[in-house]
Design a protein around this ligand. Structure first.
Ligand SMILES: [Fe+2]
Ligand SMILES: [Fe+2]
Length: 297
């Protein structure tokens, strides 16, 4: 059993889900999906598109950083979790590559975005930084993806989305929740990463992740020849960081990472997970499960 908590910090006991290695479903990404598929809004749609650009190589980085310590793991349960984590991240990379092919066809220079990201992650970080630090970055990034996964669907962010795109992010979110503690457990139990490494690697991730996302979005808006770019940015940044912004609401869960006794299973509302899991178990349909995750029938 694990502990879950809501954004206001209340904790409740809930079962910790098992990591389930699922083959990435067919989401119909080669279909006729509108460019601004989320709320007919350029900022919101391109925000998630930019995240998708970062996923395949980011996930290769996470896998490499956890693999550094794989041979030192003696606990069979953690060994198994690492195997399942690698499988899930591999599937995410494949589905988001299909997703990104769609963006490339729209004129987005996905190849250049990934090449630049690869140079930073594998050419600089993996070459120059200690292994324990890059694993710390992985655990930090997993916390950031998990906190988005726990709350984005529940807070209605994906309500007015194309069902295929929503289904991709819902499936990805659910698996991020399932494996959210794996990198952290390897960091603490195997790499013996300390508090300073945990905090410093998180601070770097917390700054570089949104900045990199915004640089990609800027490129996308240029490709789109979007009019009124200034207004789009202002409205979009308010949507993210305003008093009721989607990132603002995540602050308590985000900040929990800085508590000395933090563990991923002590935090995170499980409603999205339960809604998705129930529908997927009943139908095997990732689109229907995505609708259920977003609060639909
Ligand atoms: Fe992932
Ligand atoms: Fe992950």
């Amino acid at each position: 059993m694990g502990q879950t908590s809501t954004a206001d910090g209340q904790t409740a006991t809930a079962p910790t889900p098992r990591i389930q290695p699922r083959k990435g479903p067919d989401f119909g990404l080669d279909g006729d999906i509108p460019k601004y598929w989320l709320d007919n809004d350029p900022f919101k749609s391109r925000f998630f598109d930019a995240l998708s650009c970062l996923f395949p190589d980011g996930e290769r980085f996470f896998i490499a950083c956890v693999r550094d310590y794989k041979d030192q793991i003696t606990d069979p349960a953690l060994q198994q979790q690492v195997k399942e984590f690698i499988y899930q991240e591999g599937q995410h990379g494949q589905v988001h590559t299909q997703y990104n092919n769609r963006l490339q066809a729209q004129g987005v220079n996905v190849d250049r975005i990934i090449a630049k990201q690869h140079r930073i992650m594998f050419g600089i970080l993996r070459k120059r930084m200690p292994r324990v630090y890059t694993l710390g970055q992985t655990a930090a990034a997993e916390h950031v993806t998990a906190l988005m996964a726990h709350s984005f669907f529940d807070s209605g962010v994906m309500r007015d989305a194309d069902p295929r795109m929503r289904a991709v992010f819902a499936w990805h979110a659910i698996e991020e929740i399932e494996h959210k503690a794996v990198a952290f457990d390897v960091f603490q139990q195997i790499a013996h990463g300390g508090y300073f490494t945990r905090v410093s690697s998180m601070l770097q991730v917390a700054i570089s992740f949104p900045l990199h996302t915004f640089v990609i979005m800027r490129h996308m808006f240029k490709v789109d020849e979007l009019p009124n770019k200034g207004t789009t940015w202002l409205r979009g940044l308010w949507w993210l960081y305003g008093p009721r912004g989607v990132f603002t609401r995540l602050i308590p869960h985000f900040a929990a990472y800085f508590k000395p006794g933090f563990h991923p299973w002590k935090h995170g509302d499980m409603r999205t997970y339960e809604n998705w899991q129930r529908r997927y178990a009943a139908t095997g349909d990732a689109i229907a499960a995505g609708n259920a995750a977003a609060g639909g029938a």
